[in-house]
Write a protein of this length. Structure first.
Length: 558
């Protein structure tokens, strides 16, 4: 008997113009590891919420969902709370208690587990998650990665049979993502728990999966074993979903020396498999001088000086930023990278004037930033935070955009550019996480600031939308805008940045032009660079390799 059965399910949100789900059918067997991919707004999050009884969204629903042979809505609430766990995109949206220990036992207390059993379960789970050293810490002191770790541990304490994860990597740095994926792999292999993950960043995740489901416009387009689904895309010459695949797979499919008749076994999914395949390419595949053409960009005049910035959130708290110094130049796109808790978001907030450093100075074109009035700062600086919970203040998407726009005639163009026309009448909080990110970015651009600060702008958005954001950043820079963005997405950073900086231990540990930065890193670099580094050391994107062999594929977004 299937663990979960979804039979011809369609669903429409209140006041929505089109269905969020359209005739979805799927059978989930016990012990599967399923990855859900697809564009933002394709129905992935909605489908996950239909598998969790307590999170069923309001709206018009058709079709049936059964769990363990019984209709989901007829299952006891207590059983569903324990056996089907979910981890959401924003780590803070699930945490309700003040300390790690209290948060771990909160859900168990609510379903009436005996105190002795609670203690035993905590003793069993905490070492598995490596949480012993921060078990009694206040939650507010945890990094984003630790908070997501805590959410997963809290769910696992209920001993679930099914684990649902809705874009769990959105706010995690590359090192933490790899650790999180390894943890999921251990949970799947050692405990046999069924895992269903909705995610845009499939680089690390897809090699662990037993099954890939691709959704679009509320329907399931591809469904099957991972490599079989890729072969179906290749057979149909469907390039629209290729950007959702790992870089090793994209490089394999884009290579002009690759045979058309591929076999399932030959498709690389990991960096290791990609390196083995790339090293075995025939000799003529790459020219003798494996050098990628590099276009140098001249720096503009200095726009912002940060000198010896130090900041802490409490009198007795440690410094988040410590004697940080950096200069930002007009017209550049400076990408700030670093681990969770390195101070990246705090740095942006200092630039925006949302927090005031205890020591050091920030100057805007030679003028003290503190001498600028609030109105002047709002006209000069646009800021999109990582957490959008308090960002939106109007009842519809269209109203948000119109309020932000300096020129109202550009609102329609921006909605088309970001694919927001279909949701323009919806409340922003009824939109998907990726759509909310697009709305916030569109609002910031419509305000026409001189400096644009973006904190994780690709959080929750699909690969196609990332390419749109990259092009929008390039266009904004051509029009004289300066961009500083924080991201964990190395692939996005490699394509959008003119310079990259690494924050570590409160200061700038490294700063260099984009290509120099990524070819000098081991973990904070692209998967493509890891694959081809021994043969083409300065290549960081798939486009670099295509240019090197004079083979650019125009209809494939790379």
């Amino acid at each position: 008997m299937a663990l979960l059965e979804i039979n011809d399910v369609s669903f429409v949100y209140p006041d929505a113009e089109r269905p969020a789900l359209l005739g979805v059918s799927a059978v989930v067997e016990e012990g599967e590891f399923i990855v859900l991919g697809g564009p933002s707004g394709s129905g992935k999050s909605t489908l996950l919420r239909h598998m969790k009884k307590q999170l069923l969204p309001a709206g018009r629903r058709q079709g049936t969902i059964t769990y363990d042979g019984v209709a989901l809505d007829e299952q006891p609430d207590a059983r569903m709370a324990q056996e089907v766990g979910i981890v959401l995109q924003n780590p803070e949206s699930q945490i309700v208690m003040d300390t790690v220990w209290h948060e771990l036992v909160f859900a168990m207390e609510n379903i009436g587990i005996h105190p002795e059993d609670m203690h035993r379960r905590v003793a069993d789970i905490v070492p598995f998650f490596g949480m012993e050293t921060w078990l009694y810490q206040p939650v507010r002191q945890l990094s984003g990665g630790q908070k997501q770790w805590l959410n997963l541990a809290s769910v696992m304490l209920l001993h679930p049979r099914v684990l649902l994860l809705d874009e769990p990597f959105a706010q995690l740095d590359p090192v933490t993502v790899r650790a999180f994926v390894q943890l999921l792999q251990h949970i799947h292999q050692e405990l046999g728990i069924t895992i269903i993950v909705s995610e845009h960043r499939l680089e690390e995740l897809l090699p662990c999966a037993t099954r890939l489901m691709i959704m679009d416009c509320g329907s399931v387009i591809y469904d099957g074993p991972v490599r079989d689904s890729i072969c179906k895309m290749k057979a149909k010459e469907d390039k629209s979903f290729l950007p959702y695949l790992p870089s090793a797979t994209q490089l394999y499919l884009a290579c002009p020396y690759q045979v058309d008749d591929i076999s399932t076994e030959s498709i690389p999914l990991t960096v290791q498999e990609g390196k083995k395949w790339f090293a075995a390419l025939p000799a003529p595949a790459l020219p003798e001088k494996n050098k990628v053409p590099i276009r140098s960009e001249e720096a503009g005049e200095p726009l912002i000086w940060c000198e010896n910035i130090s900041f802490r959130y409490g009198k007795d708290a440690p410094d988040v930023l410590h004697r940080l110094s950096i200069t930002v130049y007009q017209g550049e796109c400076l990408v700030i990278m670093g681990g969770n808790g390195a101070g990246k978001s705090t740095f942006l907030q200092c630039i925006a004037g949302l927090v005031i450093p205890q020591r050091g100075t920030i100057k805007w074109q030679g003028q003290q930033r503190t001498s600028l009035s609030m109105k002047e700062r709002q006209g000069l600086i646009g800021y999109v935070p990582q957490n959008l919970f308090s960002y939106f203040i109007y009842d519809t998407v269209e109203q948000e955009l119109c309020h932000a726009a300096v020129d109202g005639s550009l609102v329609e163009e921006m909605m088309v550019r970001f694919g927001l026309r279909e949701v323009k009448g919806m409340h922003p909080y009824d939109c998907s996480g990726g759509q909310q990110q697009k709305i916030a970015l569109a609002c910031a651009l419509l305000a026409r600031p001189k400096l644009l600060l973006l904190d994780e702008p690709t959080k929750g958005i699909d690969p196609k939308a990332k390419q749109d954001v990259i092009q929008i950043i390039r266009t904004a820079r051509e029009e004289g805008m300066t961009v500083i963005l924080v991201t964990h997405d190395t692939e996005f950073a490699a394509q959008s940045a003119t310079r990259c900086a690494m924050l570590f231990d409160g200061g700038v540990a490294a700063i260099a032009p984009s290509r120099v930065f990524f070819t000098g890193q081991l973990f904070y670099t692209t998967a493509v660079n890891r694959i081809v580094r021994q043969h083409v050391p300065d290549a960081v994107t798939i486009k670099d390799i295509c240019l090197l062999v004079n083979k650019v594929i125009p209809d494939l977004t790379l």
